[in-house]
Each structure stands twice: as C-alpha cells, then as structure tokens.
Design a protein around this ligand. Sequence first.
Ligand code: FAD
Length: 298
Amino acid sequence: LLNQNLFDLAGKVNVSFEFFPPNSEQMENTLWQSIKRLEGLSPKFVSVTYGANNSTRERTHRIISKIQKETSLVPVPHLTCIGSTRAEIVELAEQYWQEGVRHIVALRGDLPEGENSPQNQMYALDLVKLLKSVADFEVSVAAYPEVHPDAPNPQFDLINLKRKVDAGASRAISQFFFDTETYLRFRDRCVTSGVDVEIVPGILPVTNFKQLLKFSAITNVSVPGWMHRLYDGLDNDPMTRNLIAANVAIEQVKVLAKEGVRDFHFYTLNRSDLTYAICHSLGVRESLVEETSLVVNG
Ligand code: FAD
C-alpha cells in the first residue's frame, strides 16, 4: 500500500537540495558533479549554506553566482546574521538582489567557537525583517521539531517560528530528525498555533554515524535506539553504511509522503548518490518531463 501511494505521487513531489561551500579543489569537483547530476531532477531550488567566517561567506556567494550563471537551477543563499553588522547584511542582500537572487534562507547562525560576544543582538526574526526591508525576497527560515537547544521551552520556540512567518517568511525548513512521529506532532502544533506555511522536512541520509552522534548532541536531535543498532559494527564499512543510509531515508520519506508531505529538503553533504536514489523512490525522475510531454503531444 505504501509503495502504491508513492507511485501515485510521481510528478506531485517537490524537492530541494542543500549544499555547503567546499574548501578544497577536490571537494569543489565533487560539489559540481553532484550539482550537475541532481540538476536533472528539476528541484524547486538548491540552497548553499553560509559559514561563520569571512572566507566561507565569500565562497557561498561565489557558488551561488556560478549556479546562477551555469545551470538552470534556482540558487538560494543561506544568510546568517549573528556575526555581521546590519550594514554588511544590507550590502550583501542588495548585491544578491541585483544579481537576480530572489529567495534567501534567513538564519541567526551560531558564533564561531571561542567567540562569545556577537556583533549584534540579532535573531533570525530581525534578519527576516531586514531582508524584507531591502527587497521583496522570498524568505525561508529554520524550524526545530525537537526544539532549538537555546530555546527556554518548546512554546517559546514555536512562537519564535510564528513571528518569523508573520514577518514574511513563506517556508520553514526543518532541522533533520529521525523519529518521524516527532516531526508530525510538530507539524500539527504549527497548524494549531497558526503557523500557516509549509514545514518542509529536512532529510539527512546518514553515512557517517559517528559524526552524526556528535552533531546531534549539539543540535538537540535524538538518535533513536534502532539507529544505533542499525549502524552497530559498521564503523569500517562505508559501503554498507551507504546502503543503510539510503534505506533509512527512503523509509522516512515514504512515511512522510503517506502523511501528506509533498515538499522535501535534502541535506546532500555535497554528494548526489543517496539523494538521487531517495528522490527516485519518491517518483522524482529525470525523464518525467519528457514522458509527460510525450503523453501530451502523443
Ligand atoms: P532563531 O530563529 O533566531 O532562534 C535561535 C534561538 O534563539 C532559538 O532557540 C529561539 O527560540 C531563540 N530566540 C529567538 N528570539 C529570541 C529572543 N528575542 N530572546 C531570546 N531567545 C530568542 N547555520 C549556519 O551557520 N549557516 C547556515 O547556512 C545554516 N543553515 C541552516 C539551515 C537549516 C534548514 C537549519 C535548520 C539550520 C541552519 N543553520 C545554519 C543552523 C542555525 O543557524 C542554528 O540552528 C542557529 O543556532 C539558530 O538559527 P535560527 O535561524 O533558527 O535562529
């Protein structure tokens, strides 16, 4: 039944892909190979994360410009405000607008390790307002099904999300999660709290379980016992980890699709293989456009 529903979804699912700015020539090659391969799946947009220090920031801009010039994709830069002045943010936003960028993922960001006094006291809410005052950008923001680690309580975090939406954000992209029920309950709470935008689930195919454990502890994401059991004994077996990662994520998107989710955001980690396979299982195909036009024309 689950598979039957998925086949019915062909052509009705929107996907978006997230990349990060690489810091070596080899990683840069991997990134562009991945972008080229995933381009064929016609994502709604592709986003590029924004780092904590200036060199990473410059790289985000460069990759966004290159995607804009050399592909058919819609590039969406992430922008964080915690380590920047308002003037710096306005300057970058104006530059993006002039270059044809119309959509930004607006985030607070985190301070670089060792730094504890922010340049300003801005939160993502202030950034959404600032961007909207620069130009009529489409703005996406972050959402946390398991609550952001700095939030005093879940209700506060939800109100913060509502404020970001009320200030003009038209989409929330979720932190990654593995307990699908948690996301679904969070989505329900968003609806009852009047957060009337899509809460797009962030899907992370887990190929490096050890790294995930570190990252999930910092980000307040729970890693269920069944995942520990699945990855147990695979520390030196990347190929099996890849197969498991695809399987876990495919199961996750199947359940979400059955629950009515139609937009999915993939944390690709600059790799295309797993994301491509998961999209394929959702009925997202390269040939779909041609097939549809054949049917229409034929
Ligand atoms: P906010 O929405 O501002 O919330 C941050 C915290 O502050 C929350 O706990 C909130 O409840 C609390 N808060 C809000 N307002 C107030 C207030 N007035 N007083 C006290 N507390 C308040 N990081 C990067 O550096 N670069 C990226 O490209 C990037 N991309 C991301 C993409 C996605 C989809 C997600 C989910 C996260 C991303 N992050 C990125 C991480 C993000 O920057 C961090 O999680 C950061 O700690 C919070 O950012 P935010 O936009 O959610 O902040």
